[in-house]
Design a binder for this molecule. Structure first.
Ligand code: ADP
Length: 443
């Protein structure tokens, strides 16, 4: 580059010297220099014009064949252009491959803009959701997918888990939709057909429900005979022990079947629980009485009512959940232990807790406690007549009421199981007593 510039300066100097000599021979010196300089400027302007013309019509013209500094500038432009062209082609190829691979995905993919408007979708998404190209591009996704579950999902903006909907056109189909936010407010909407999984799940649930139902009658007959035998005064004393064991096992089986049926019933409906007013303080007073009777003075059962309000929900389900928690506290707390029931209300909603100073639960078991048949110590649970389904039932009941279960426990010290209900499930004491039949305000 430096050489080119030296050459350009030398050329300018040469032109000026030539002008000087010309001026010396044919007139005043300054006229000769001015003429030479003028010609030099005209030549540079011509080169500039040719460069400009070539830049404008680059696709049709060859680069101008000028040398020196202009030639160097043109070569630089050509190099830059080639590099840009190369990157452009690579980018286009990458984009094509990306589109082709996304189009070939077995799941539907929809690219959404800042306002959830459709930017692009693959063929599978078009099939699953009935989208049309190009008429649907640019439309907001919630105008096209109007399932209430999906509209709620978008509004809540909690995209940790997918939402399952039934597209209106295909009543037998279930679609799982998952938003994946990225970039500046954009997101991908992934759509998957989960009909098969749903059907298998429904078959499994039906099977459990039917099997439990079928087992119930024979078990009732066996239990009945065992009860009669146990009361028979002429029974050989050698049979007293075995019959007692058989009765206790039959009771356990009855408890398991009852819990399985309860769980199946809860799972059968995906809708949230109804909004019947429930007098929770009265329910808890009753539970405390029953608990005391069951504990037979072996445990102290106390009730702390910090609020008079109740809940809107399904009374039987709520009672079943609270009873399960109280039963567990009594089961897993040694003699002379303390079980404390508490009901309180705050800005976040309503809270019921059962605290005991029993055997507690090692921390590693806490995350899995609500799984069906999960027991920390299966021997102890069985000996206490536990089905291993109680906490699964509690979790389901709370889910149906928009609530959640929180478990705190220290091994050897005790446990606290808390049920948290959202504020819109709260039924103020005044509403409950004044208008028990009134329609509640649902949020
Ligand atoms: P189970 O019928 O076995 O009690 P649950 O689903 O009600 O089944 O409880 C699951 C397991 O959680 C129990 O087996 C027990 O190990 C543990 N657990 C539940 N409540 C308590 C508690 N209050 N204290 C200690 N362990 C508990």
């Amino acid at each position: 580059m430096a050489a080119v510039w030296t050459f350009a300066l030398a050329r300018l100097a040469g032109v000026l010297v030539l002008g000087l000599i010309l001026g010396l021979f044919i007139g005043p010196v300054w006229v000769g220099v001015l003429v030479a300089f003028g010609l030099y400027v005209v030549w540079q302007l011509r080169n500039l014009y040719m460069l400009d013309r070539w830049l404008r019509l680059r696709s049709q013209l060859d680069p101008p064949g000028v040398g020196g500094i202009w030639g160097e500038v043109i070569a630089q432009v050509v190099r830059l252009h080639r590099r840009k062209q190369y990157h452009k082609q690579r980018l286009a190829q990458l984009f094509r491959e990306l589109r082709r691979s996304t189009a070939a995905l077995p799941d539907g993919v929809i690219m959404l803009g800042r306002h959830h408007e459709i930017l692009w979708f693959n063929r599978r998404a078009a099939n699953l959701l009935g989208l049309r190209r190009p008429s649907d591009v640019g439309l907001r996704i919630d105008n096209l997918i109007r399932a209430p579950e999906f509209v709620r999902y978008l509004k809540a903006a909690d995209f940790a888990a997918p939402v399952v909907i039934r597209p209106p056109a295909a009543t037998e189909t279930y679609l799982s939709l998952q938003m994946v936010p990225y970039g500046a407010g954009q997101s991908l909407l992934l759509a998957r057909d989960v009909t098969r999984e749903r059907r298998l799940e429904a078959m499994r649930k039906d099977f459990v429900a039917n099997a439990s139902h079928e087992l119930r009658t024979p078990l009732t007959v066996i239990s009945g005979y065992l009860d009669t035998l146990a009361e028979d005064s002429g029974l050989d004393p050698a049979w007293t022990g075995p019959i007692r064991d058989m009765r206790s096992q039959a009771r356990r089986m009855n408890a398991i079947i009852a819990d399985l049926l309860e769980l199946s019933r809860l799972e059968a409906t995906e809708e949230e629980a109804g909004y019947e007013p429930i007098d929770v303080p009265a329910m808890l007073a009753r539970l405390q009485r029953d608990g005391r009777a069951r504990a037979q003075r072996r445990h102290e059962v106390t009730l702390e009512l910090d609020a008079n309000d109740g809940l809107y929900g399904a009374p039987q389900e709520i009672e079943s959940a609270f009873t399960n928690l109280l039963d567990n506290a009594l089961k897993y707390t040694p003699v002379d232990g303390r079980v404390q029931l508490r009901w309180r209300v705050d800005a976040g909603g309503a809270h019921f807790s059962v605290a005991d100073n029993g055997i507690g639960i090692p921390a590693e078991h806490l995350p899995r406690l609500t799984e069906r048949f999960y027991r920390v110590d299966s021997g102890r649970s069985r000996s206490q007549g536990g089905s291993g389904l109680g906490l699964a039932i509690v979790k389901h009941v709370l889910q149906r009421h928009g609530g959640r279960l929180e478990i705190e426990s220290v091994e050897g010290k005790g446990s606290t199981f808390s049920c948290h209900f959202p504020a819109h499930r709260l039924c103020a004491a005044s509403v409950r007593t004044d208008t028990v039949d009134a329609q509640p305000d649902r949020m």
